[in-house]
Design a binder for this molecule. Sequence first.
Ligand code: SF4
Ligand code: SF4
Length: 419
Amino acid sequence: MRKELKDYKNLIDKCVLCGGCHPDCPTYQLSRMERDAARGKVLLAKALLDGELEPTRSMAETFGHCLTCMACVEACPAGADPVKVIAAARAAIGKKRGLGFIPRLIFSTILPNRALMPLLAWGLGIATRLFKLLPPVFPGIKGMTHGGKKRLMPAFHFSSLKGMLPDVIPAKGEKTMRAAFFTGCMADWVFTEGGRAVVDILTLCGAEVVIVKDEVCCGAPAFFAGDRASAELMAMKNLALFATADADYIVTSCATCGDVLKEVYPDLAPGGATKKFSDKVIDFQKLLAGPLLARLPVKPHSGPKLKVTYHDPCHLSRGMKVMKEPREILRRLPGVEFIEMAEADRCCGGAGTFSADYYGDAVEIGRRKAENIKATGAQIVATECPSCEMQLLDMVSRFAPGVEVLSTAEVVRRALERK
Ligand code: SF4
Ligand code: SF4
Protein backbone atom coordinates (compact mmCIF):
# COMPACT_ATOMS: atom_id res chain seq x y z
CA MET A 1 0.00 0.00 0.00
CA ARG A 2 1.25 3.49 -0.92
CA LYS A 3 2.77 5.36 2.06
CA GLU A 4 1.17 8.63 3.08
CA LEU A 5 2.09 11.51 5.40
CA LYS A 6 0.46 9.73 8.35
CA ASP A 7 2.92 6.87 7.88
CA TYR A 8 5.74 9.30 8.73
CA LYS A 9 4.12 10.46 11.98
CA ASN A 10 6.75 8.62 14.00
CA LEU A 11 9.47 10.73 12.32
CA ILE A 12 7.48 13.95 12.87
CA ASP A 13 7.04 13.06 16.55
CA LYS A 14 10.78 12.47 16.90
CA CYS A 15 11.50 16.18 16.40
CA VAL A 16 12.33 17.67 19.82
CA LEU A 17 12.37 21.24 18.40
CA CYS A 18 16.00 21.74 19.41
CA GLY A 19 16.95 23.81 16.34
CA GLY A 20 20.10 21.75 15.83
CA CYS A 21 19.30 21.68 12.11
CA HIS A 22 19.46 25.49 11.72
CA PRO A 23 23.23 26.15 11.41
CA ASP A 24 23.73 23.70 8.54
CA CYS A 25 20.59 24.50 6.53
CA PRO A 26 21.52 26.58 3.45
CA THR A 27 17.98 27.91 2.90
CA TYR A 28 17.58 28.94 6.55
CA GLN A 29 21.02 30.57 6.57
CA LEU A 30 19.92 32.65 3.59
CA SER A 31 16.52 33.84 4.86
CA ARG A 32 16.65 33.25 8.65
CA MET A 33 12.97 32.30 8.39
CA GLU A 34 11.82 29.36 10.49
CA ARG A 35 9.72 27.95 7.65
CA ASP A 36 12.94 27.58 5.58
CA ALA A 37 14.55 25.30 8.18
CA ALA A 38 13.83 21.63 8.78
CA ARG A 39 12.21 22.33 12.17
CA GLY A 40 9.71 24.74 10.64
CA LYS A 41 8.86 22.30 7.89
CA VAL A 42 8.41 19.40 10.32
CA LEU A 43 6.04 21.58 12.37
CA LEU A 44 4.10 22.53 9.22
CA ALA A 45 3.90 18.85 8.24
CA LYS A 46 2.43 18.10 11.68
CA ALA A 47 -0.13 20.89 11.27
CA LEU A 48 -1.06 19.51 7.83
CA LEU A 49 -1.43 16.03 9.22
CA ASP A 50 -3.57 17.24 12.15
CA GLY A 51 -5.78 19.25 9.76
CA GLU A 52 -4.82 22.56 11.41
CA LEU A 53 -3.53 23.98 8.11
CA GLU A 54 -4.73 23.59 4.55
CA PRO A 55 -2.47 22.50 1.65
CA THR A 56 -2.48 25.96 0.06
CA ARG A 57 -0.27 27.17 -2.78
CA SER A 58 1.96 29.02 -0.33
CA MET A 59 2.32 25.79 1.66
CA ALA A 60 3.40 24.00 -1.54
CA GLU A 61 5.98 26.73 -2.17
CA THR A 62 7.30 26.50 1.38
CA PHE A 63 7.88 22.76 1.06
CA GLY A 64 9.35 23.31 -2.43
CA HIS A 65 11.90 25.74 -0.98
CA CYS A 66 14.23 23.00 0.23
CA LEU A 67 17.33 21.55 -1.42
CA THR A 68 16.71 18.05 0.03
CA CYS A 69 20.44 18.29 0.82
CA MET A 70 20.06 16.19 3.99
CA ALA A 71 22.30 18.49 6.06
CA CYS A 72 19.43 18.53 8.58
CA VAL A 73 19.23 14.73 8.59
CA GLU A 74 22.92 14.57 9.41
CA ALA A 75 22.65 17.26 12.11
CA CYS A 76 19.47 16.00 13.77
CA PRO A 77 20.29 14.41 17.16
CA ALA A 78 16.80 12.89 17.44
CA GLY A 79 16.65 10.93 14.16
CA ALA A 80 13.66 12.91 12.84
CA ASP A 81 14.78 12.56 9.19
CA PRO A 82 13.21 15.85 7.99
CA VAL A 83 13.81 15.05 4.28
CA LYS A 84 11.54 11.98 4.43
CA VAL A 85 8.91 14.14 6.16
CA ILE A 86 9.31 16.93 3.57
CA ALA A 87 8.97 14.45 0.67
CA ALA A 88 5.83 12.97 2.28
CA ALA A 89 4.36 16.45 2.85
CA ARG A 90 5.03 17.37 -0.80
CA ALA A 91 3.24 14.19 -1.86
CA ALA A 92 0.26 14.97 0.44
CA ILE A 93 0.00 18.52 -0.94
CA GLY A 94 0.45 17.31 -4.55
CA LYS A 95 -2.34 14.76 -4.05
CA LYS A 96 -4.76 17.39 -2.75
CA ARG A 97 -3.86 20.27 -5.08
CA GLY A 98 -2.64 18.44 -8.18
CA LEU A 99 0.70 19.14 -9.83
CA GLY A 100 -0.38 21.02 -12.94
CA PHE A 101 -0.80 19.64 -16.45
CA ILE A 102 2.81 19.82 -17.71
CA PRO A 103 4.56 18.27 -14.66
CA ARG A 104 1.84 15.57 -14.51
CA LEU A 105 2.32 14.77 -18.20
CA ILE A 106 6.11 14.59 -17.80
CA PHE A 107 6.08 12.52 -14.61
CA SER A 108 3.24 10.13 -15.36
CA THR A 109 3.56 9.66 -19.13
CA ILE A 110 6.91 10.73 -20.61
CA LEU A 111 9.54 9.84 -18.01
CA PRO A 112 8.21 6.28 -17.42
CA ASN A 113 8.17 5.60 -21.17
CA ARG A 114 11.56 5.24 -22.87
CA ALA A 115 9.99 5.56 -26.34
CA LEU A 116 8.65 9.04 -25.48
CA MET A 117 11.88 10.30 -23.91
CA PRO A 118 13.34 11.62 -27.19
CA LEU A 119 10.32 13.95 -27.50
CA LEU A 120 11.14 15.55 -24.15
CA ALA A 121 14.89 15.62 -24.86
CA TRP A 122 14.38 17.19 -28.30
CA GLY A 123 12.00 19.77 -26.82
CA LEU A 124 14.55 20.59 -24.14
CA GLY A 125 17.32 20.54 -26.77
CA ILE A 126 15.51 23.28 -28.71
CA ALA A 127 14.58 25.18 -25.52
CA THR A 128 18.16 25.16 -24.15
CA ARG A 129 19.55 26.41 -27.48
CA LEU A 130 16.88 29.12 -27.77
CA PHE A 131 17.56 30.11 -24.16
CA LYS A 132 21.17 30.85 -25.11
CA LEU A 133 20.07 33.19 -27.91
CA LEU A 134 17.38 35.18 -26.11
CA PRO A 135 18.24 38.34 -24.14
CA PRO A 136 18.15 38.20 -20.31
CA VAL A 137 15.16 40.56 -20.23
CA PHE A 138 12.97 38.26 -22.40
CA PRO A 139 9.75 37.37 -20.43
CA GLY A 140 10.16 33.72 -19.23
CA ILE A 141 13.97 34.05 -19.19
CA LYS A 142 13.87 36.62 -16.41
CA GLY A 143 13.34 34.00 -13.72
CA MET A 144 16.62 32.36 -14.79
CA THR A 145 18.54 35.63 -14.72
CA HIS A 146 20.41 37.01 -11.73
CA GLY A 147 22.43 40.22 -11.56
CA GLY A 148 21.68 40.83 -15.24
CA LYS A 149 23.34 37.53 -16.25
CA LYS A 150 21.46 34.51 -17.58
CA ARG A 151 21.97 31.04 -16.19
CA LEU A 152 24.66 29.10 -18.05
CA MET A 153 22.80 26.04 -19.27
CA PRO A 154 24.32 23.01 -21.02
CA ALA A 155 22.23 21.99 -24.05
CA PHE A 156 20.37 18.68 -24.32
CA HIS A 157 21.72 16.52 -27.18
CA PHE A 158 19.41 15.31 -29.94
CA SER A 159 20.72 11.73 -29.69
CA SER A 160 21.22 9.71 -26.52
CA LEU A 161 24.34 8.04 -25.17
CA LYS A 162 22.46 4.73 -24.79
CA GLY A 163 21.46 4.92 -28.45
CA MET A 164 25.13 5.15 -29.44
CA LEU A 165 26.38 2.31 -27.25
CA PRO A 166 25.97 -1.43 -27.89
CA ASP A 167 23.97 -3.59 -25.45
CA VAL A 168 27.14 -5.15 -24.06
CA ILE A 169 30.62 -3.60 -24.07
CA PRO A 170 33.32 -6.22 -23.49
CA ALA A 171 36.01 -5.85 -20.82
CA LYS A 172 39.48 -4.96 -22.05
CA GLY A 173 41.67 -7.89 -21.05
CA GLU A 174 40.52 -10.43 -18.49
CA LYS A 175 36.86 -10.04 -17.46
CA THR A 176 36.45 -9.74 -13.70
CA MET A 177 32.82 -8.68 -13.36
CA ARG A 178 29.60 -7.84 -15.20
CA ALA A 179 28.35 -4.33 -14.43
CA ALA A 180 25.03 -2.87 -15.62
CA PHE A 181 25.44 0.90 -16.06
CA PHE A 182 22.36 2.86 -14.94
CA THR A 183 23.10 5.98 -16.99
CA GLY A 184 20.25 8.16 -15.71
CA CYS A 185 18.66 10.79 -17.98
CA MET A 186 21.37 13.44 -17.65
CA ALA A 187 24.35 11.29 -18.70
CA ASP A 188 22.12 9.89 -21.45
CA TRP A 189 21.08 13.24 -22.94
CA VAL A 190 23.30 16.05 -21.54
CA PHE A 191 26.61 14.98 -19.98
CA THR A 192 27.21 12.15 -22.44
CA GLU A 193 31.03 12.47 -22.26
CA GLY A 194 30.85 11.77 -18.53
CA GLY A 195 28.80 8.64 -19.28
CA ARG A 196 31.28 7.51 -21.94
CA ALA A 197 34.14 8.02 -19.51
CA VAL A 198 32.43 5.72 -16.98
CA VAL A 199 32.12 2.99 -19.63
CA ASP A 200 35.76 3.52 -20.76
CA ILE A 201 37.19 3.27 -17.24
CA LEU A 202 35.02 0.31 -16.21
CA THR A 203 35.97 -1.73 -19.30
CA LEU A 204 39.63 -0.71 -18.97
CA CYS A 205 39.59 -2.12 -15.43
CA GLY A 206 38.13 -5.47 -16.49
CA ALA A 207 34.36 -4.98 -16.24
CA GLU A 208 31.98 -6.13 -18.95
CA VAL A 209 29.42 -3.31 -19.15
CA VAL A 210 25.73 -3.90 -19.87
CA ILE A 211 23.57 -1.06 -21.19
CA VAL A 212 19.89 -1.57 -20.37
CA LYS A 213 18.45 0.24 -23.37
CA ASP A 214 14.89 0.51 -22.04
CA GLU A 215 15.94 1.96 -18.66
CA VAL A 216 13.58 4.77 -17.66
CA CYS A 217 14.15 7.79 -15.40
CA CYS A 218 14.99 6.73 -11.83
CA GLY A 219 11.88 8.60 -10.65
CA ALA A 220 13.68 11.23 -8.55
CA PRO A 221 12.05 14.29 -10.18
CA ALA A 222 8.58 12.82 -9.60
CA PHE A 223 9.38 11.60 -6.08
CA PHE A 224 10.84 14.90 -4.89
CA ALA A 225 8.01 16.86 -6.52
CA GLY A 226 5.47 14.77 -4.58
CA ASP A 227 4.21 12.49 -7.39
CA ARG A 228 4.74 9.22 -5.59
CA ALA A 229 2.53 7.19 -7.95
CA SER A 230 4.71 8.06 -10.97
CA ALA A 231 7.90 7.44 -8.98
CA GLU A 232 6.54 3.99 -8.06
CA LEU A 233 5.74 3.25 -11.71
CA MET A 234 9.33 4.10 -12.77
CA ALA A 235 10.74 2.05 -9.90
CA MET A 236 8.70 -1.00 -10.94
CA LYS A 237 9.84 -0.67 -14.57
CA ASN A 238 13.53 -0.35 -13.70
CA LEU A 239 13.35 -3.19 -11.18
CA ALA A 240 11.92 -5.51 -13.85
CA LEU A 241 14.40 -4.40 -16.53
CA PHE A 242 17.54 -4.69 -14.43
CA ALA A 243 16.46 -8.08 -13.03
CA THR A 244 17.15 -9.51 -16.50
CA ALA A 245 20.62 -7.89 -16.82
CA ASP A 246 22.25 -10.66 -14.75
CA ALA A 247 24.83 -8.19 -13.44
CA ASP A 248 27.11 -8.37 -10.40
CA TYR A 249 26.71 -4.62 -9.87
CA ILE A 250 24.34 -1.85 -10.97
CA VAL A 251 26.63 1.15 -11.38
CA THR A 252 25.46 4.76 -11.11
CA SER A 253 27.40 7.94 -11.84
CA CYS A 254 24.62 10.28 -10.72
CA ALA A 255 24.38 10.83 -6.97
CA THR A 256 20.62 11.35 -7.06
CA CYS A 257 19.89 8.30 -9.23
CA GLY A 258 22.14 6.17 -7.01
CA ASP A 259 20.56 7.34 -3.77
CA VAL A 260 17.04 6.89 -5.13
CA LEU A 261 17.78 3.37 -6.45
CA LYS A 262 19.44 2.35 -3.21
CA GLU A 263 17.49 4.16 -0.50
CA VAL A 264 14.12 5.22 -1.98
CA TYR A 265 13.18 2.16 -4.11
CA PRO A 266 12.89 -0.07 -1.01
CA ASP A 267 10.35 2.45 0.33
CA LEU A 268 8.49 2.72 -3.01
CA ALA A 269 8.38 -1.00 -3.80
CA PRO A 270 9.15 -3.00 -0.65
CA GLY A 271 10.08 -6.66 -1.13
CA GLY A 272 12.85 -9.18 -1.63
CA ALA A 273 13.41 -8.38 -5.31
CA THR A 274 13.91 -4.68 -4.54
CA LYS A 275 16.37 -5.49 -1.78
CA LYS A 276 18.35 -7.72 -4.16
CA PHE A 277 18.39 -4.88 -6.71
CA SER A 278 19.32 -2.15 -4.20
CA ASP A 279 22.10 -4.27 -2.69
CA LYS A 280 23.73 -4.38 -6.14
CA VAL A 281 23.56 -0.60 -6.67
CA ILE A 282 26.98 1.00 -6.29
CA ASP A 283 28.43 4.40 -7.10
CA PHE A 284 31.03 4.34 -9.89
CA GLN A 285 33.68 5.87 -7.60
CA LYS A 286 33.06 3.28 -4.87
CA LEU A 287 33.46 0.46 -7.37
CA LEU A 288 36.60 2.01 -8.85
CA ALA A 289 38.17 2.69 -5.45
CA GLY A 290 37.31 -0.86 -4.34
CA PRO A 291 37.59 -4.02 -6.45
CA LEU A 292 38.80 -2.21 -9.59
CA LEU A 293 41.49 0.13 -8.22
CA ALA A 294 44.35 -2.34 -8.52
CA ARG A 295 43.53 -2.71 -12.23
CA LEU A 296 43.58 1.03 -13.00
CA PRO A 297 46.51 1.32 -15.46
CA VAL A 298 48.29 4.33 -13.92
CA LYS A 299 51.70 5.32 -15.32
CA PRO A 300 54.40 7.52 -13.77
CA HIS A 301 54.04 11.18 -14.73
CA SER A 302 56.83 13.74 -14.60
CA GLY A 303 55.26 16.89 -16.11
CA PRO A 304 53.22 19.55 -14.31
CA LYS A 305 50.30 18.15 -12.38
CA LEU A 306 46.63 18.95 -12.89
CA LYS A 307 45.32 20.69 -9.78
CA VAL A 308 41.97 19.10 -8.95
CA THR A 309 39.48 19.70 -6.14
CA TYR A 310 36.30 17.71 -5.44
CA HIS A 311 32.72 18.73 -4.59
CA ASP A 312 30.66 16.19 -2.61
CA PRO A 313 27.11 15.86 -3.98
CA CYS A 314 24.67 15.68 -1.05
CA HIS A 315 23.00 12.47 -2.22
CA LEU A 316 26.40 10.82 -2.49
CA SER A 317 28.06 11.97 0.74
CA ARG A 318 25.01 11.97 3.01
CA GLY A 319 22.87 9.55 1.02
CA MET A 320 25.17 6.81 -0.26
CA LYS A 321 27.97 7.61 2.25
CA VAL A 322 30.60 7.91 -0.49
CA MET A 323 33.24 10.46 0.51
CA LYS A 324 36.66 8.91 0.91
CA GLU A 325 36.55 6.99 -2.40
CA PRO A 326 36.77 9.93 -4.86
CA ARG A 327 39.66 11.35 -2.84
CA GLU A 328 41.45 7.97 -2.88
CA ILE A 329 41.04 7.81 -6.67
CA LEU A 330 42.21 11.38 -7.33
CA ARG A 331 45.21 11.00 -4.98
CA ARG A 332 46.22 7.82 -6.79
CA LEU A 333 46.48 9.52 -10.20
CA PRO A 334 50.17 10.40 -10.74
CA GLY A 335 49.42 13.42 -12.95
CA VAL A 336 46.98 14.95 -10.47
CA GLU A 337 47.48 17.09 -7.38
CA PHE A 338 44.37 16.79 -5.24
CA ILE A 339 43.50 19.88 -3.18
CA GLU A 340 40.70 19.69 -0.62
CA MET A 341 38.33 22.67 -0.63
CA ALA A 342 36.64 24.18 2.43
CA GLU A 343 33.05 22.98 2.98
CA ALA A 344 33.38 20.37 0.20
CA ASP A 345 30.19 18.66 1.38
CA ARG A 346 28.07 21.83 1.55
CA CYS A 347 25.24 21.85 -1.03
CA CYS A 348 26.10 23.70 -4.26
CA GLY A 349 22.55 25.09 -4.54
CA GLY A 350 21.56 23.15 -7.67
CA ALA A 351 19.21 20.53 -6.23
CA GLY A 352 17.34 19.67 -9.42
CA THR A 353 14.30 21.88 -9.89
CA PHE A 354 15.22 24.09 -6.88
CA SER A 355 17.62 26.07 -9.06
CA ALA A 356 14.89 26.57 -11.65
CA ASP A 357 12.20 27.55 -9.13
CA TYR A 358 14.44 29.73 -6.92
CA TYR A 359 17.29 30.78 -9.18
CA GLY A 360 18.31 33.82 -7.11
CA ASP A 361 18.70 31.67 -3.98
CA ALA A 362 20.54 28.99 -5.99
CA VAL A 363 23.07 31.64 -7.07
CA GLU A 364 23.54 32.91 -3.53
CA ILE A 365 24.10 29.37 -2.18
CA GLY A 366 26.33 28.52 -5.15
CA ARG A 367 28.44 31.65 -4.75
CA ARG A 368 29.91 30.29 -1.50
CA LYS A 369 30.73 26.98 -3.23
CA ALA A 370 32.45 28.74 -6.17
CA GLU A 371 34.47 30.94 -3.80
CA ASN A 372 35.64 27.84 -1.93
CA ILE A 373 36.65 26.26 -5.25
CA LYS A 374 38.52 29.40 -6.31
CA ALA A 375 40.42 29.55 -3.01
CA THR A 376 42.04 26.16 -3.74
CA GLY A 377 43.68 27.43 -6.95
CA ALA A 378 42.47 24.24 -8.68
CA GLN A 379 42.14 24.09 -12.47
CA ILE A 380 39.41 21.45 -12.28
CA VAL A 381 36.53 20.77 -9.91
CA ALA A 382 35.41 17.15 -10.10
CA THR A 383 32.07 15.82 -8.92
CA GLU A 384 29.77 12.84 -9.47
CA CYS A 385 26.33 14.31 -10.04
CA PRO A 386 25.04 15.87 -13.28
CA SER A 387 22.74 18.24 -11.36
CA CYS A 388 25.76 19.51 -9.38
CA GLU A 389 27.79 19.73 -12.61
CA MET A 390 25.09 21.90 -14.16
CA GLN A 391 25.04 24.22 -11.14
CA LEU A 392 28.86 24.32 -10.82
CA LEU A 393 29.27 25.21 -14.51
CA ASP A 394 27.03 28.22 -13.94
CA MET A 395 28.59 29.20 -10.60
CA VAL A 396 32.24 29.01 -11.70
CA SER A 397 31.36 31.04 -14.80
CA ARG A 398 30.11 33.76 -12.42
CA PHE A 399 32.53 33.58 -9.50
CA ALA A 400 35.53 31.42 -10.45
CA PRO A 401 36.05 31.84 -14.20
CA GLY A 402 38.56 29.52 -15.81
CA VAL A 403 37.88 26.52 -13.56
CA GLU A 404 36.79 23.46 -15.52
CA VAL A 405 33.94 21.27 -14.23
CA LEU A 406 34.28 17.53 -14.93
CA SER A 407 32.98 14.23 -13.61
CA THR A 408 35.45 12.09 -11.68
CA ALA A 409 35.46 9.55 -14.53
CA GLU A 410 36.45 12.29 -17.00
CA VAL A 411 39.32 13.39 -14.72
CA VAL A 412 40.52 9.78 -14.45
CA ARG A 413 40.37 9.31 -18.22
CA ARG A 414 42.21 12.56 -18.86
CA ALA A 415 44.89 11.68 -16.32
CA LEU A 416 45.40 8.23 -17.89
CA GLU A 417 45.70 9.77 -21.37
CA ARG A 418 48.31 12.39 -20.33
CA LYS A 419 51.84 11.77 -21.56
S1 SF4 B 1 17.22 19.32 3.32
FE1 SF4 B 1 18.77 20.97 3.33
S2 SF4 B 1 17.64 22.80 2.63
FE2 SF4 B 1 16.07 21.27 3.20
S3 SF4 B 1 15.57 21.72 5.35
FE3 SF4 B 1 17.18 20.16 5.38
S4 SF4 B 1 19.13 21.33 5.54
FE4 SF4 B 1 17.52 22.78 4.90
S1 SF4 C 1 14.53 18.27 13.01
FE1 SF4 C 1 16.04 17.39 14.43
S2 SF4 C 1 17.64 18.97 14.65
FE2 SF4 C 1 15.82 19.98 13.73
S3 SF4 C 1 14.69 20.81 15.48
FE3 SF4 C 1 13.83 18.77 15.07
S4 SF4 C 1 15.01 17.39 16.45
FE4 SF4 C 1 16.17 19.32 16.32
